[in-house]
Ligand binder design. Structure first.
Ligand code: GAP
Length: 445
């Protein structure tokens, strides 16, 4: 299959209402994106698939939905206030700022990526720049009211560790999962929705006995990789990349990234880290609360659990699923664009199309079929173009099946069902469509 270009994916997103530039009518806000009607649906499907797989279908997990704003002491304890920084340098030529590790070249003399002026790292050494977005609560904008937009959802889980144990009577091992927005003042956002300042994370903190951490770490790496493949991602486009010791975050003992071969290169989709007991220990120390785990059955031992953290980005998953599903095919001398999304992710499962919109009986039958499936899956009636054009549009947004009502349908009660991937058609009795879609896995999952 030919490689897909980022331009083609971005153009489709705009053309078909998956992703728009934020505040576009005002010229847009750099690297900020809005999910349009179909993007919102796709994103919701990705999140639902994740929630189902890691919370609802497991016995060892709980869900959580913590606030974005947290007590500022959280960020002191977690290390984000002091350590969540990028090293930045100023270019004296164009006055712009760059991440020191993104400057081309070696040694102290570097060249500005923008204006090519020499940047001397000895004369203007890199300075730490905190990536957290600061804000103020209440009417007074002084330091006492300062707080931060969370840079990861994880801390909301750690500070609720005791609440979940006590309210849900949990024993180790167990995990807490949550989905939510995070914010980072990224210096070099880019590659469409891949790196942005406002993004959504799907994070799990899985609490285990220290001696069980390594086994759980490897199990989660395998399970999380499989989740992407089960939702249709091509295995040759997904790889695991263990971190070298010098790239580990301050809290991590080990970390492996799940990477996807995006059109701009292999890049991180999700990281699975062994965070040891770092966070709970820090919060115990800073809050003065006892966050040790006590298990009477285990000889009354008290200890701080280790944590395995699979942490993925919703926006990156959506982008990878889009890029992976996008294909262009030659059909009768024309190019057909198809989004071959997995049925669980597809923003519209079925479109119902009357062959002639001027025939009220066809319209009525098509609308009746549409209504009858509304409570089972996303189904849309469409008569805004000729049938050929409607098929192409539905292919581009990944609609699994098109049901066409034609003149003969009025006589024999049958309709044509066309499958997106093969374009093969079945003639099906309208009153058997429920069974048909059930066998195709659209109903009863
Ligand atoms: N709690 C651990 C943590 O936040 P991370 O590797 O910094 O780890 C986890 O982030 C995931 O969140 C990444 O794998 C990525 O999918 C997503 N992510 C991080 N920064 C992002 C950004 N600026 N834009 C979009 N997604 C981002």
């Amino acid at each position: 299959m030919p490689e897909v270009s980022m331009d083609a994916v971005v153009a489709l997103c705009k053309r078909r209402g998956f992703v728009f530039q934020s505040s576009e009518i005002y010229g847009g806000l750099a690297s900020t994106w809005d999910y349009g009607p179909l993007g919102a649906e796709l994103k919701r499907n990705v999140k639902n698939a994740w929630w189902k797989s890691v919370v609802q279908q497991r016995d060892d997990m709980e869900g959580l939905d913590a606030a974005i704003l947290m007590h500022p002491a959280v960020w002191k304890a977690s290390g984000h206030l002091d350590g969540f920084t990028d090293a930045l340098v100023d270019c004296k030529g164009c006055k712009k700022r760059f991440r020191a590790d993104h400057l081309p070249g070696q040694g102290a003399q570097r060249s500005c990526p923008e204006c090519k002026a020499v940047i001397d790292l000895e004369k203007t050494p890199p300075r730490p720049f905190n990536l957290m977005l600061k804000t103020h609560l209440g009417a007074v904008e002084d330091e006492s009211a300062a707080t931060y937009m969370r840079p990861e959802t994880a801390q909301g889980i750690f500070v609720n560790f005791l609440n979940v144990i006590n309210s849900r009577h949990r024993k180790l091992p167990f995990g807490i999962a949550q989905i939510g927005k995070s914010f980072r003042n990224e210096i070099t956002p880019g590659n469409f929705t891949f790196r942005t300042r406002e993004f959504e994370q799907m994070e799990i903190e899985y609490f285990v006995r220290p001696e069980a951490a390594d086994e759980a770490y490897h199990r989660w790496i395998a399970e999380r990789r499989q989740w992407y493949l089960d939702l249709g991602m091509r295995p040759e486009k997904v790889r695991l990349r263990p971190h070298a010791a010098d790239e580990l975050a301050h809290y991590a003992q080990a970390c492996t990234d799940i990477e996807y071969a995006f059109p701009f290169g292999w890049s991180e989709l999700e990281g699975i880290a062994n965070r040891r007991d770092f966070d709970l220990r820090q919060h115990a120390e800073h809050s003065g609360k006892d966050l040790t785990y006590f298990d009477q059955a285990d000889g009354g031992q008290r200890f701080i659990p280790y944590v395995i953290e699979p942490s993925g980005g919703v926006d990156r998953a959506v982008l990878a699923f889009l890029a992976d599903a996008y294909r262009e095919e030659e059909v009768k001398g024309e190019t057909r664009v198809v989004l071959g999304l997995h049925k669980e992710l597809s923003p519209c499962k079925v479109a119902v199309l009357p062959l002639l919109k001027k025939r009220p009986e066809l319209v009525e039958m098509a609308k009746k079929i549409t209504s009858s499936f509304k409570k089972h899956f996303v189904v849309k009636y469409d008569d805004t173009a000729a049938i050929g054009k409607l098929y192409r549009r539905q292919d581009e947004i990944g609609t699994m099946y098109c049901v066409t009502v034609d003149v003969q349908s009025l006589d024999d009660g049958q309709v044509t069902v066309r499958y997106r991937d093969t374009m093969l058609q079945d003639r099906v009795a309208a009153d058997r469509l429920f069974d048909y879609f059930q066998t195709k896995g659209l109903i009863g999952n």
